[in-house]
Structure formats: structure tokens, C-alpha cells
Ligand binder design. Structure first.
Ligand code: NAD
Length: 369
């Protein structure tokens, strides 16, 4: 077993919380929660993909003396809908949750976003704990307090900032995750290196995180979470630098919308392509050395990640204009104007508010193939 690592997300002193990364911690969750929060009624919202791990969690919670109820939500992005949210809220209210009840999100990013939002709006805010079970959720979505669901008008359009009380990360749980999901999660790992830390990128180049060695995974997760925690601590509500975490995401959200959020492209895959587009735009505009852009794109390609829109099988017949239209629907657009996160080089992302749209157009056209 690796050394446990604890990182602290520092907010305003009253809502600060720990991220604990520790292989095997799932089997000790009950004791950890008992020590940190006392005996509580726990409401666990579960991803069906965690079936192989649910008994471990259940046993650990009951042995520690907690009263526990489990609720499954459907697998995939469809769980981030009003209909599914209503089921969850009904379940919570039918069980007579009270202000001391605690919601636990046990699953990938979809489950974390869904459960976190349910916790945010039930009884005007219940405590919640994130136990992320995909690589993407362990390095990104479980930290930072963004919760929400999708609307027909766009992804993550309905939501709230609601920080967890604790994030418990067990890297050994990733053993059951399939290769495609591992690679998709890796996009968010390398994103943290691209935006803030070139030495982390160098480390990633020399270390294959996708082999799932627990020590390597723990290190990659800790370094990613540290970068995210620092950025969130400095700008919790995204009035400034937190937007850097959206590197590649304006493009990614348009690709996901074009595919109707189905399995043609996973979120992390769309982010991989989006980051390549952002590097390409940055290089063409002279913001980023061409060698850095090429190195970043090559790294993703060598690990089997998609790097061009044309890599998405059965992508709809859309033009770059259509994609630009989808991008202005993104919730990060203000009065129809898009801020792009671009790069001065690996480890140095920045917010650009006046990007030449013609260059975006050209880069999209090339990527569409
Ligand atoms: N809130 C945030 O800050 C934030 C950040 C990034 C992404 N997100 C959101 O996260 C979502 C994507 O998350 P995701 O990539 O984790 O997808 P996901 O939650 O859909 O999980 C991917 C798949 O893995 C399965 N799964 C989960 N844990 C498993 C395990 N241990 N073993 C085997 N299978 C397992 C799930 O059932 C699902 O089929 C998107 O909705 C995205 O918008 C949110």
C-alpha cells in the first residue's frame, strides 16, 4: 500500500476540506467518516459502474455504526437530467433526510455532479462527501464544488457551487475501469500539467499512468488535485483564473453537444481534442512555440487519445461555422462572446478575450478533416 496523501482545499476557513488519496481507503470509509463527522445518517448515491465495490463500502459504513441507504442512478450522462434529479430528490425526502444527514457521491463525474447538486438543493444544502471512482472524477470533478445537471440548451447549465466536506480517493478502485475511460480521465490529468506545471508534464512523459500502478496513479492524482485545489482556492467562483481549468473545454463542449452527449465521444476524449485545438490556435497566433504545441499533441496521440475531430467515429456532418455556433451556446460565453483558454507553452495557459475567430475557423476546418 502507498503512503496516504492528504491535500487541503483552502477556501474561507470555514468550508476548507481535505482530499485524501490512499489505496485501500474504501474499506476504511466508515471509520474515517465516524472520526471526522461522528455517526450520521448516510445517503449514498451510486453509479452502477461501482457494483463491484459497493459491498466493500456498505460493510465499512455499517460496521462503523452509520445508518446507510443506497440509491442507484442510471449509468452515463443521462443521469444528469431533471427527471433523474426528481427521482433522487423524492428518494431523499421520502427517507426524511434532516440537516445532519450526509450525502455520499459514489461514482464517476456524472454521479458526483448529480449527487452534489441534489445535496446542494435539498433542505437548502446538505453536507456531502465525494468518493470518486473514475480517473476523471479522482483528478478533477470531485474537487472544487461545481455540481449540476444538463439542460436541453446545454451541458451543466443548471447547477450550484456546493463544496464537499471531504474527498476520499482510492486509486485501487480504478482496476475495474475500462481502458477507454482510463484514457478519457488521463486527458484531465495532462490538462493540469498543460495549464500550470511543465515539470509535471515531463514526469508524465516518462511515466505511463495508464498502466495503473497504484504508486504512479497516486502521484498523478495528487499532483493533479494539488494544481486544481490551488486554482480553486484562489478563485472559488470562477471570476478569474479558475477559467484556466477549462483549457480545451469550449471546444470539447461543442463536440459533445454535436454528438448529443452520447458515447461517440466521452467528455475526456472531447477535452483531448479540445486541448489540441487550443494548442494549434495558440501556435498559429504566435502565442505558443510550435515545438510545444507539437510535443503536447504528440504525447496525447502516442497514448491513444483522439487529437482531431476527424478521430470521432460517426461525427455528424457539421461545418466549422456550425461548431462555432455551438460554442457560443457554451455557458462560458458572455453576451455571445467567447473567452478562449490559450497557451504560451506547456505549463502556461492564459485567458484570451479577443481571439481572432478566423483562426479558430481555420483550425476547426483542418481538424474536421
Ligand atoms: N464538476 C466538475 O468540476 C466536473 C469536471 C469535469 C467533468 N465533470 C463531469 O464529469 C462527467 C464525466 O465523468 P466521468 O468521465 O467520470 O464519466 P461517468 O461518470 O459517466 O463514468 C464513466 C463510466 O465509468 C463507469 N464507472 C465508474 N466507476 C467505475 C469503476 N470504478 N469501475 C468500472 N466502471 C466505473 C460508470 O458507470 C460510467 O459508465 C461529465 O458529466 C462532466 O461534465 C464535472
Amino acid at each position: 500500500m502507498t503512503d496516504p496523501r492528504t491535500l487541503r482545499v483552502k477556501l474561507d476557513g470555514t468550508r476548507d476540506y481535505d482530499i485524501r488519496i490512499d489505496a485501500g481507503i474504501l474499506a476504511r470509509t466508515g471509520a474515517v467518516l465516524e472520526r471526522d463527522f461522528g455517526e450520521r445518517r448516510l445517503f449514498v448515491i451510486c453509479d452502477p459502474g461501482t457494483a463491484a465495490h459497493q459491498d466493500t463500502l456498505k460493510t465499512s459504513l455499517t460496521i462503523a455504526g452509520h445508518t446507510v441507504s443506497f440509491h442507484d442512478i442510471p449509468e452515463g450522462e443521462g443521469a444528469k437530467s431533471w427527471e433523474e434529479m426528481e427521482h433522487t430528490l423524492d428518494w431523499l425526502l421520502d427517507q426524511k433526510v434532516d440537516r445532519r444527514s450526509m450525502v455520499i457521491a459514489f461514482g464517476g463525474g456524472v454521479t458526483g455532479d448529480h449527487a452534489g447538486f441534489a445535496a446542494a438543493i435539498t433542505l437548502r444544502g446538505l453536507d456531502f462527501v465525494q468518493i470518486p471512482t473514475t480517473l476523471l472524477a479522482q483528478v478533477d470533478s470531485s474537487v472544487g464544488g461545481k455540481t449540476g445537471i444538463n439542460a436541453p440548451q446545454g451541458k451543466n447549465m443548471i447547477g450550484a457551487f456546493h463544496q464537499p466536506k471531504l474527498v476520499l480517493i482510492d486509486p485501487s478502485i480504478l482496476i475495474t475501469l475500462d481502458d477507454r475511460q482510463m484514457r478519457a480521465g488521463y486527458a484531465e490529468v495532462v490538462k493540469h500539467a498543460f495549464i500550470r506545471n511543465v515539470s509535471f508534464f515531463d514526469w508524465l512523459q516518462n511515466t505511463n499512468v495508464l498502466t495503473r500502478g497504484v504508486d504512479v496513479l497516486s502521484e498523478a492524482i495528487a499532483r493533479s488535485c494539488q494544481i486544481k485545489a490551488d486554482i480553486v482556492a484562489a478563485d472559488e467562483f470562477e471570476t478569474g483564473d479558475r477559467a484556466l481549468l477549462n483549457f480545451g473545454h469550449t471546444f470539447a463542449h461543442a463536440l459533445e453537444a454535436a454528438c448529443h452527449y452520447d458515447r461517440r465521444v466521452l467528455h475526456g476524449e472531447a477535452v483531448s481534442i479540445g486541448m489540441c485545438l487550443a494548442f494549434e490556435v495558440s501556435a498559429r497566433l504566435g502565442h505558443c512555440p510550435r515545438a510545444d504545441a507539437d510535443k503536447a499533441i504528440r504525447h496525447l496521440r502516442e497514448l491513444g487519445m483522439p487529437t482531431r475531430i476527424a478521430d470521432i467515429k460517426n461525427f455528424p456532418k457539421l461545418s466549422s461555422d456550425d461548431l462555432l455556433g455551438l460554442m457560443t451556446n457554451d455557458k462560458k460565453a458572455i453576451a455571445g462572446k467567447m473567452a478562449f483558454i490559450l497557451s504560451h507553452g506547456i505549463g502556461a495557459a492564459f485567458i484570451s478575450k479577443d481571439t481572432d475567430i478566423n483562426v479558430i475557423h481555420d483550425v476547426l476546418t483542418v481538424s474536421l478533416g
